[in-house]
Design a protein around this ligand. Structure first.
Ligand code: ARG
Length: 588
């Protein structure tokens, strides 16, 4: 071999943020020096070519004028400059393009130890150091069980929380519960009339859902009910003991139920600050808006005085009966968050159907002179089709999680080779992981169709495929009695192309994490993990077809080198899954 590569010290470029970038940078720098162009200009031109054409492709047309040569000539002479480059094993001209392939031994020798040293800090960085990101996510309305449709906000939000933390941001997780408004006056009034305390205690939130149906019946049968319900809400606003005790009961029952499911999803919040948290300051908020942006009356209601599109309903702050609204409380909350956290970004993970609300929220704040509204982002998401009951009523999230667990259990009871595992516990991780990954893999703004067959398919772009690759790594390491010390393997023995491809794929994960944050798109990371799992599967297949490519081969040094690679793969997949909020069982 031409080069003996010193294993570089564990870099302090933050556990791999630049893992693959360093090759791109080296390539760009060499080109920039040769051509005499700014490196940043060259960097913009570099593309990832089709497979088999190498790792980077550079079109040479843009340099033709300056160098007074045709692009093909330039490509040839650039390629010649890379002869014997330590980082690139092949740099070739292909017509007007230069294609470069990273030297396998270099990438393996560098990345494998880096990843193993980083361990569960793999793919962290200091990008967001000293900056705070507020994430408003999940935010269900109380007195109704979580529906399947709450999964998207909860899990996209949770992934964005984890990803921003990995990038060094300080993150504030807020659950802006829908826990204030006329509905709770209605429920309290219904409870006073027909409520069953025993059932409420026993059945919790499901009973509240029924009570809501009862309340609507009462509304129809009793002409005085609606007014009484409104009175009840007024009492709640005034802090009346009885009215508030009922509200508090509804809220605490709901919160207890929500937290039970959040625990199952391994999701947590720093603040449960819902709409009720802002109920006291409404007069001040309206006074403030009136003084800054201005307010006006519109059909008896108070609205923000700002420019509206022709067919756009204005942003209502107070209804004709004096009750304040969702929008009023969101303005109060936005200002409060800005004052408390001085955020660099404030994310609202809420479905696309609330686009107008967030649009208006930002415009109102801007009209109020709050320029920081630019840092607020509505992280919208599409709908899930194929997941509603025949009657069109909501599907409870808990029922879906249970079904996922049960289906995974059934599948594992029939296929799992490893009889020593706790199938019940693993089925929970596989089932929930499948649902969560199945959601996060989609571009968040697009709709998708839920499909049970797809969720538990080990071969497709699924959570179980990535989980399975990770569990295989763990089981091989268990069988071998562990991996060698980081410096204890001769990685130059890893010469199979499948090994280099696998290393490059896991090396792309840190960048996918960064893109997931900058684009607010967890699917970037899901995709990178799937590509890594696929590269792993190809490596395994190569070993099945060709004995000498198996991991646990006879030759002890080769075996140790491969175990080091397996360990790096295990670390990268586990870390990636945990950032997405998908469990990574060690056996399945
Ligand atoms: N509770 C609302 C709903 O269920 C979502 C709240 C989202 N957050 C916010 N700050 N508006 O539709």
């Amino acid at each position: 071999m031409l080069y003996k590569f010193p294993v570089e010290a564990p870099i302090n470029d933050f556990q791999g943020k630049y893992i693959m970038n360093r090759y791109k940078n080296a390539f760009v720098e060499e080109v920039a020096n040769t051509v005499g162009v700014e490196a940043s200009e060259v960097a913009k031109l570099v593309k990832v070519p089709e497979a088999d054409r190498g790792d980077f492709a550079l079109p040479c047309f843009p340099f033709a004028k300056q160098l007074k040569q045709n692009p093909a000539q330039i490509a040839l002479s650039l390629a010649a400059h890379f002869a014997d480059h330590p980082m690139f094993e092949k740099v070739e001209a292909a017509g007007p393009y230069v294609n470069a392939t990273i030297r396998s031994a270099h990438v393996i020798g560098t990345l494998v130890p880096q990843i193993r040293n980083a361990d569960d800090h793999f793919a962290t960085s200091d990008l967001g150091y000293g900056q705070t990101v507020v994430v408003d996510f999940s935010s269900p309305n109380i007195a109704k069980p979580l529906g399947f449709h709450h999964l998207r906000s909860t899990m996209i939000g949770n992934a964005l929380v984890n990803i921003h933390k990995a990038l060094g941001y300080t993150v504030k997780r807020i659950n802006f519960l829908g826990d204030w408004g006329k509905t709770f006056g209605l429920l309290a009034e219904a409870f006073d009339r027909v409520g069953d305390e025993e059932r409420l205690k026993k059945e919790g939130i499901k009973y509240l859902l029924e009570l809501y149906v009862e309340a609507n019946k009462l509304k129809e049968s009793d002409p005085g009910f609606d007014d009484a319900a409104r009175q009840m809400f007024v009492k709640q606003e005034q802090g009346d003991d009885h009215a508030m005790a009922l509200w508090e009961l509804f809220r605490s029952i709901s919160l207890k139920e929500f937290k039970r499911i959040y625990r199952r999803l391994d999701v947590d919040f720093d603040f449960f600050e819902g709409e009720s948290y802002y109920r006291h300051g409404m007069d001040e908020v309206i006074a403030d808006i009136t003084r800054t942006a201005g307010t006006r009356e519109d059909q008896g209601a108070l609205v923000v005085d700002m420019a509206y599109a022709d067919d756009e309903p204005p942003m209502m702050l107070k209804k004709s009966d004096g009750a304040t609204l969702y929008a009023t409380r969101d303005i109060a909350a936005a200002k409060d968050r800005q004052e408390r956290f001085n955020f660099a970004k404030s994310l609202y993970v809420v479905g696309t159907e609330q686009k107008r609300h967030f649009d208006q929220l930002k415009r109102a704040l801007s009209a109020m002179g709050c320029d920081w509204q630019e840092k607020m982002v509505h992280v919208n998401f599409g709908r899930v089709h194929g997941m509603s009951t025949r009657k069109g009523t909501v599907v409870f999230l808990e029922d879906v999680l249970n079904e996922a667990r049960d289906r995974a259990y059934e599948k594992m009871s029939s296929d799992s080779a490893d009889r020593n595992i706790d199938i019940k516990a693993v089925a929970e991780e596989v089932g929930i992981g499948g649902i969560v990954f199945g959601d996060l893999k989609n571009l968040r703004a697009s709709d998708y169709t839920f499909d049970w067959e797809e969720i538990l398919n080990t071969k497709g772009f699924t959570g179980i495929c990535v989980q399975y690759a990770h569990a295989r790594c763990c089981s091989i390491l268990r069988k071998a009695g562990g991996a060698p010390e980081v410096s204890g393997a001769d990685l130059s023995l890893l010469t199979a192309p499948e090994e280099a491809t696998l290393v490059k794929e896991i090396g792309r994960i840190p960048q996918a994490v960064e893109l997931a944050a900058t684009e607010l798109e967890p699917s970037r990371l899901a995709r990178a993990l799937y590509e890594a799992a696929r590269a792993w599967n190809r490596y395994q297949q190569a070993g099945n077809a060709e004995k000498s490519l198996r991991i646990l081969v006879e030759d002890e040094s080769v075996k140790q080198a491969r175990l080091a690679l397996v360990d790096a793969t295990r670390i990268a997949l586990a870390r990636g899954l945990s950032l997405l909020g998908v469990p990574a069982p060690e056996a399945m």
